[in-house]
Write a protein that binds this ligand. Sequence first.
Ligand code: BMA
Length: 376
Amino acid sequence: MTGFRWMALLAALVLAARGGNAQTAPGGARMVDARATAETRALFRNLLRTAERGQVMYGHQDDLAYGVSWTREPGRSDVKEVVGAYPAVYGWELGDLERGDSASLDGVRFDDIRRWIQEGYARGGVVTVSWHMDNPVTLGDSWDTTTAVPAILPGGARHARYREWLDRFAEYARTLRGSRGEPIPVIFRPFHEMSGSWFWWGRGHVTPAQYRELWRFTVRYLRDEKGLHNLIWAYSPNASDDFQARYLEFYPGDEYVDVLGLDEYFWPNPSGDPAATLAEHLRFVVAQAEARGKVAALTETGFEGIPDAGWWTGTLLRAIRAQRIAYVLTWRNANAAAKPGHFYGPYPGHPSAPDFVRFARDLAVLLENELPPMYR
Ligand code: BMA
């Protein structure tokens, strides 16, 4: 063997060992679902690998549904119109599906979401879903913080209603299929931002034990009773004071979580350096994820209205660079007629668009057209 070949063999062995490590890290890299479909298992492995390579997929909520100046126009995407490629990760929101409504709380039809999920998946993109579920006791929205979790746990007065809502989710999830009829893998991120107190499932409205029981019941019900085997389960606390102490407060356990996430937003006039704070939080999340053989991700972020033209590389990239997180998801670009100024991704003509292009071209950042096959 030539020296070069030896080097190549050595490099391959090192890579294999690192891959192997991730699969058998302390705590075990077993997925929540031992019977997950082949594509779902492949996605989980490829999320781990992406992070190990130091690459991060860029994602955007509701990307194909609408942008700041358009709604429901085939093929459109604010991100693509800025940088020439679709995001690598698509976030979708299922709030109001539980009511049997035909459109989400943001006015996006579930039939359209299904079609867009299928389109993104067919191009090799990754799908993640959140669910701003109504309050199951009052039928108010997610922000109605009337105590509700104890009522929907097994034995609770509204448990049957909760099962019905999960049945609706399962029915919908079963229709998400690729061209060969295979279930499309979905990174499912229910009951997010529980370390804040703005949702009925959040801190102060639920005890950690109740939250964990709710999560575990939900996993078992969808996996074992409804037979869904295309879900990757993401736990996503929000940033808070005393972040490290609180991060695992509601953690349902290694057997019930595949992705350790973080929702952290940026605000005007911060004290200190927000990129440094986010970087510090991510280092903690990555360490927790790696110790458990799980995927780390920045499951929601953004700076509403992006009032800093250099934010993408000057702040976001600075915070996520050299962190081993698989993806970052910026929140939606609400249509200006519906919710003016409520956008978190770029769009053509916005002052931060050129900096987004620099961000997207960074070698560490992956858009959809740069993804390796994620389902093999
Ligand atoms: C929030 C806002 C709301 C939206 C909700 C669910 O952060 O964007 O306007 O209804 O997410 O998507």
